[in-house]
Write a protein that binds this ligand. Structure first.
Ligand code: ATP
Ligand code: MG
Length: 140
C-alpha cells in the first residue's frame, strides 16, 4: 500500500500529565512519521464541530467539555496504511479493552479521557486534516 496520512490528537488528559513526548515515541516506534504538529486550545464550537458525528450521544456534552479542558496536540501522521496503523497503536476506545503496549492501555485514564484520537477512515482523515492544517503546515 502507498503512503497514507491520518489525523491524530493527543488529548487534554495526556498534555496535562506532560505525556506528549511519550505518546509521540509510541507513534514513531509504530512506524508513523509526524509530518505536522501544533499545540492548541479548542473552542467549544470547534470541539462540537470536530465531534459532530456524536452530537446525539449521551456523552457528547461531557466529551466537548473534556476536549476543551486543556491543550491538545493536533497532528498529521504519515506512513504505510497510516489510518489503520494509528488505530492499532492507539488501542481500543475503552482502555480496559485496549491491548498491552498501546497508547490507551499505557496512558488513558478512562473511556472518555483516553489520551488519543485517530481518524477512523481515509475519508475522515482528509476532512479532519483540512479542519486543522493548511497544506503549507504539512511537511512530509
Ligand atoms: P476517537 O474518535 O477519539 O479517536 P474512537 O474512534 O475510538 O475515539 P468514538 O466512538 O469515535 O471512539 O468516540 C469518540 C470519543 O468519545 C472517544 O475517544 C472518547 O473520548 C469518547 N467516548 C466514546 N464512548 C464514550 C462513552 N461511552 N462514555 C464517555 N466517553 C466516550
Ligand atoms: Mg472516532
Amino acid at each position: 500500500m502507498a503512503l497514507e496520512r491520518t489525523f491524530s490528537i493527543i488529548k487534554p488528559d495526556a498534555t496535562r500529565r506532560n505525556l506528549t513526548g511519550k505518546v509521540n515515541a509510541l507513534l514513531e516506534a509504530g512506524g508513523l512519521r509526524i509530518v505536522a504538529q501544533k499545540r492548541i486550545l479548542l473552542s467549544r464550537a470547534q470541539a462540537e464541530t470536530f465531534y459532530g458525528v456524536h452530537k446525539e450521544r449521551p456523552f457528547f456534552n461531557d466529551l466537548v467539555k473534556f476536549m476543551t479542558s486543556g491543550p491538545i496536540v493536533a497532528q498529521v501522521l504519515e506512513g504505510e496504511n497510516a489510518v489503520a496503523r494509528n488505530r492499532e497503536i492507539m488501542g481500543a476506545t475503552n482502555p480496559a479493552n485496549a491491548a498491552e503496549g498501546t497508547i490507551r492501555k499505557t496512558f488513558a485514564e478512562s473511556i472518555e479521557a483516553n489520551s488519543a484520537h485517530g481518524s477512523d477512515s481515509a475519508e475522515n482523515a482528509a476532512i479532519e486534516i483540512a479542519f486543522f492544517f493548511s497544506g503549507l503546515e504539512i511537511v512530509g
